[in-house]
Design a protein around this ligand. Structure first.
Ligand code: 3PG
Length: 210
């Protein structure tokens, strides 16, 4: 089942990184993503309401592959799994976070930015990493360089991805999916501009399909 979730992320190729205030906003945003053709959301714990949003989407929008982002502690792993998160994303590599997610049988994508962090992730049995912040560590060129010594490792580059450079990442074979907030910018959420979120999402979905 853990493999199914990773396969779903790889099929959609896009992981919108979502910041919402709570359950209602989370549900509205998930609807906007689905309307754009993308039943995937990484809801971050950057707001106090993040967990409630994960729980709401997991309960009522079961077609959405909902995960938790910005997970940095073992307690947060327990909380998001309890809320129904189907995958966990972390900005960095914490062995404790990875091991706890593995104990729950929930796929975890730790953030890496160096070969040493990749090696530590491989030691933990990880085969998909978040490259973060992707634009800062070298963009598509970094993925080419990192994948040479680590064949078989797949990347979800996140950080600085936009409609303009999305294609440069997606055409690289080691890229499972691309993550980012450009489709679901916080200002759009604050304005309740669900139509623009759906439009950006549909554009990205169309690009990812080519
Ligand atoms: C993340 O934590 O994944 C990032 O904040 C997303 O990066 P972006 O906002 O540059 O897309």
């Amino acid at each position: 089942q853990a493999g199914d979730v990773v396969a779903a992320l790889g099929a959609h190729r896009l992981v919108p990184v979502v910041v919402v205030d709570g359950a209602d906003e989370g549900a509205r945003l998930a609807d906007a993503l689905v309307a754009g053709g993308l039943p995937v959301a990484e809801i971050t714990l950057r707001t106090a309401g993040g967990i409630d949003a994960i729980r709401a989407v997991a309960r009522t929008q079961t077609d959405v592959v909902v995960g938790a982002g910005t997970v940095t502690t073992v307690d947060q792993v327990d909380a998001v799994v309890d809320a129904g998160a189907r995958y966990i994303v972390s900005p960095g590599l914490s062995a404790a976070v990875v091991r706890r997610a593995q104990e729950h049988g929930v796929p975890v994508l730790p953030g890496v930015a160096t070969p040493s962090e990749i090696m530590a992730a491989l030691d933990l049995g990880i085969d998909v990493v978040k490259l973060f912040p992707a634009s800062v560590v070298g963009g598509p060129a970094a993925i080419k360089a990192f994948s040479a010594p680590f064949p078989g490792l797949r990347f979800v580059p996140t950080g600085g991805v936009s409609a303009a450079n999305l294609g440069d990442y997606l055409r690289l074979a080691p890229v499972l999916a691309v993550g980012g907030s450009w489709m679901v910018e916080k200002s759009l959420v604050a304005q309740g501009d669900w139509a623009e979120i759906t439009r950006r999402t549909a554009d990205a979905v169309a690009l990812a399909a080519t």
